[in-house]
Design a protein around this ligand. Structure first.
Ligand SMILES: NC(=O)C1=CN([C@@H]2O[C@H](COP(=O)(O)OP(=O)(O)OC[C@H]3O[C@@H](n4cnc5c(N)ncnc54)[C@H](O)[C@@H]3O)[C@@H](O)[C@H]2O)[C@@H](O)CC1
Ligand SMILES: [K+]
Length: 555
């Protein structure tokens, strides 16, 4: 089974339907630039210095992150207006940051750009984003209160952004009333809600939430955890989750998590060090696993008080971490399938047989053979094609006249046997050139072409049939995810067809969240220990049914 897939499952109960989303964010532009160019970027502007001296390297870093991330941030975290000779130059550099990011994004039209404003700690430059302790002296020198300074700092930065473009703005460390804003941690009264929020206990994260949402801040779009150690992350997310459930918010916020690289600063050597006995790659894998575990608290919980999670990193995080994070999210979910076939004791053959039976039952439930006599089963080259072959056999046994389009037979011996069985069930084979004619004659279609491992644009011999299905008015029942839909993003640019009905297997895939047609769930084979382990919220299957209808997605 393909790696990405299982990340993108979402789970829902019949009574409560929510689909927390997962978006991967880029990370340390600064650290990546250092790594690429083997030098220390010793500037008070941090990576923003490269906007002036090495703009190509900024675009290069964005392009690298874009391979794995859904969102990139402009290289402006440490863009301190006063480091520039004039406001005009500051605006010019900010403009440059946006242009460079947009240029890198031209081959990724579905990805997002956020303007990074950086925290107030940037103005102080004493590392207080790490410690939460703001420099009293700084307030003193600037002759104003903390609140006033925070406000002024962000107003100035927002004025630069206003001059730049209309963008979704990512602010760390303040509140704001300028929409649209993606806000991270908010301390409106200027003091940390508790002294101990970076400890293992995490108990004071509830105080953070109380502070953020108790101030009646209209439209808080997101809260976040930044610059903390990855080992604290899952506990912190759970604590935020508990805190947020107390509020009856009309709009759920997103949660952003941006832990650091898990390194510690050695004051004597003035360098960042890995924990002893861990080499680089182990460290990266561990980091990715910890962040993926924290993200799973939100994305695997349909009752989450968060609408989704944005996961990335901050200091000492490079492209390789983000690549491993994406994989870790996938692998973690992929374990569900491995669990079914490993500790669960199932074979793929068994799961396919049950999945195929569920497909046939869905067609029979919605389009019974007495009204829809002729069914066209379109089967693809992978395991989903195997589901289609099983379904064709059952449909024939249920009294349908079954037509089978199966142009690219599997090399898997078991699937070949499924194919052979059909010779004894009067299943009529359809060649590619006859597909449109067969479609025209049929009264219903079972789409078992591609499942969760589909990538890119459909290639022959499936491109033509998928286009024909798009033009057809025949009711289509899709297996697992409508064919040629992106498993995460769905029917991107309306390239593929939208079926009348969908049968999700085991759990609906994230890419189907916009699907509003008749939606069934199948795969009645998940043992209780898997339900508990993955915190699934599966609906109850009635009687001996292999399928259960689930409510339409509400977005
Ligand atoms: N998790 C579950 O509960 C179960 C899942 N099963 C099915 O298994 C499916 C996933 O199976 P697979 O991982 O084999 O993958 P798929 O059946 O989704 O398809 C993979 C095949 O499609 C080809 N392909 C991918 N992109 C293409 C493109 N753009 N143009 C042409 N060909 C393309 C690949 O080369 C590969 O041969 C699920 O969607 C589901 O239907 C069942 O068989 C068993 C139980
Ligand atoms: K499909």
């Amino acid at each position: 089974m393909a790696a990405e897939v299982l990340t993108h499952y979402y789970f829902k109960s019949t009574t409560e339907f929510e689909t927390p989303t997962l978006e991967i964010l880029d990370s340390g532009t600064f650290t990546q630039q250092e790594e690429d160019h083997g030098r220390c970027l010793n500037s008070r502007l941090w990576s923003a210095a490269a906007l002036l001296h090495a703009p190509d390297s900024v675009e290069e870093v964005h392009a690298k992150y874009l391979v794995h991330a859904d969102i990139v941030e402009t290289c402006t975290y440490q863009h301190r207006e006063k480091e520039f000779q004039s406001v005009e130059l500051a605006v010019e550099a900010a403009n440059k940051a946006v242009t460079l990011a947009r240029s890198a994004m031209h081959t990724h039209p579905n990805k997002f750009l956020a303007y990074a404003l950086g925290p107030y700690a940037v103005a102080q430059a004493v590392g207080s984003e790490y410690t939460g302790r703001h420099n009293q002296q700084h307030e003193h020198n600037h002759g104003s209160s903390y609140n006033e300074n925070v406000k002024l700092f962000h107003l100035r930065r927002l004025q630069v952004v206003k001059a730049v473009a209309t963008l979704t703005v990512c602010i760390r460390g303040t509140s704001g009333s300028i929409a649209p804003l993606r806000i991270s941690l908010v301390f409106p009264d200027g003091t940390l809600p508790g002294a101990n929020i970076f400890s293992e206990s995490c108990s004071t994260m509830e105080d953070v939430i109380d502070t953020v949402f108790g101030y009646d801040i209209a439209g808080v779009a997101a809260v976040g955890i930044n610059c903390t150690k990855p080992r604290y992350l899952q506990g912190l997310v759970r604590a935020l989750d508990v805190g947020l459930r107390k509020f009856n918010l009309t709009r759920k916020p997103k949660l952003t998590i941006q832990p650091d690289g898990g390194l510690s600063y050695n004051a004597q050597t003035r360098g960042w060090e890995l924990p002893s006995s861990t080499d680089d790659s182990e460290q990266v894998e561990k980091w990715a696993r910890l962040v993926a575990d924290a993200a799973a608290v939100v994305i695997n919980d349909t009752t989450s008080p968060f609408s989704g999670i944005v996961a990335g990193g901050c200091f000492k995080i490079v492209v390789h971490h983000i690549e491993r994070l994406r994989n870790a999210c996938s692998a973690r979910a992929q374990n569900l399938d491995q669990d079914l076939m490993g500790e669960g004791g199932y074979t793929l053959e068994q799961l396919m047989e049950l999945a195929g039976l569920a497909c046939a039952q869905t067609v029979q439930r919605l389009y019974p053979s007495h009204t829809h006599k002729q069914v066209l089963v379109a089967a693809g080259p992978g395991n989903q094609g195997g589901d289609g072959l099983v379904a064709a056999r059952h449909l024939s046994l249920f009294g349908y006249k079954a037509l089978l389009f199966y142009p690219k037979p599997s090399k898997n011996q078991f699937v070949q046997q499924l194919d052979k069985q059909l010779d004894h069930f009067s299943v009529q084979r359809i060649q590619a050139e006859d597909f449109e004619g067969a479609l025209h004659q049929s009264t219903v279609v079972l789409d078992a072409i591609f499942g969760f491992s589909f990538k890119g644009d459909p290639r022959p011999p499936f491109d033509g049939p998928i286009a024909a299905l798009k033009d057809s008015d025949r009711p289509i029942v899709s297996v697992d995810i409508p064919s040629a839909w992106d498993v995460e993003k769905g029917n991107v640019n309306g390239k593929s067809f939208t079926p009348a009905a969908l049968l999700s297997l085991t759990a609906p895939k994230l890419g189907t969240r916009s699907f509003t047609g008749t939606h069934y769930l199948g795969g009645r084979f998940v043992p209780q220990y898997v339900v508990d382990k993955y915190d699934l919220q599966l609906p109850v299957y009635p009687g001996a049914d292999q399928i259960v209808e689930i409510p339409p997605t509400s977005f």
